[in-house]
Design a protein around this ligand. Structure first.
Ligand SMILES: [Zn+2]
Ligand SMILES: [Zn+2]
Ligand SMILES: [Zn+2]
Length: 153
C-alpha cells in the first residue's frame, strides 16, 4: 500500500497542487489500511476543517482516484476508497469482508469474457470478497464459545 509520502509525491508529480486538505487526505489514507466511504472521510475532515462541503471532499477523492493513488471498490453498502497498493502492474483484489485486508491477485479474467463481436473493452473490474485466515479463525472461535455456552446450559 502507498505511504503518505508516496501519495503526496504522486499527486505533486502529476501536477496537483498540494493543499493542506490534500495533505490531510494523503495522511488519512496512508495510515489507514482498510476502506473508507466518502462519508467516513467527510466526517473525519469536518473535525479538522470547519465549513467544509461534502462536494469538496468528494471531488478530492475522485481526483485522487483518477491519479491512481486511491483505489475504489463497490461494497454491498456502497463505494469505498483506500490507498492504492504498491503493485504497479495490472492486478485484481481479494478482499476480506471482516478486516478489509486486501490481497492482490495476478489472475485476470478479462480474456475469458465472451465479449460480443467488435465490442471494444475499455476497462473492467473483478474483485473477490471473503474472509482471510485470521478472520475465519476468530469467527470459528466465536462459534465454539457460543456452542460451549449452549452446551453448559
Ligand atoms: Zn491493488
Ligand atoms: Zn480478515
Ligand atoms: Zn484484469
Amino acid at each position: 500500500m502507498l505511504s503518505t509520502e508516496q501519495i503526496i509525491d504522486a499527486m505533486s508529480e502529476q501536477g496537483l497542487r498540494i493543499t493542506d486538505q490534500r495533505k490531510t487526505l494523503a495522511r488519512l489514507f496512508g495510515e489507514h489500511s482498510g476502506y473508507l466511504s466518502a462519508k467516513d472521510v467527510y466526517e473525519y475532515m469536518c473535525k479538522k476543517y470547519s465549513g467544509l462541503s461534502f462536494d469538496t471532499v468528494y471531488r478530492n477523492l475522485r481526483v485522487m482516484q483518477e491519479l491512481g493513488v486511491l483505489e475504489q471498490v463497490v461494497f454491498e453498502d456502497g463505494m469505498k476508497f483506500k490507498a492504492s497498493c504498491s503493485e504497479d502492474h495490472h492486478h485484481h483484489h481479494m478482499i476480506c469482508l471482516q478486516c478489509q485486508r486486501t490481497y492482490p491477485i495476478q489472475f485476470c479474467p478479462v480474456h475469458l469474457a465472451d465479449a460480443p463481436e467488435h465490442f471494444q473493452v475499455v476497462t473492467h473490474k473483478f474483485e473477490v470478497f471473503g474472509y482471510c485466515k485470521d478472520c475465519q479463525q476468530s469467527a470459528s472461535d466465536e462459534e465454539q464459545t457460543a456452542s460451549a455456552k449452549t452446551g453448559r446450559a
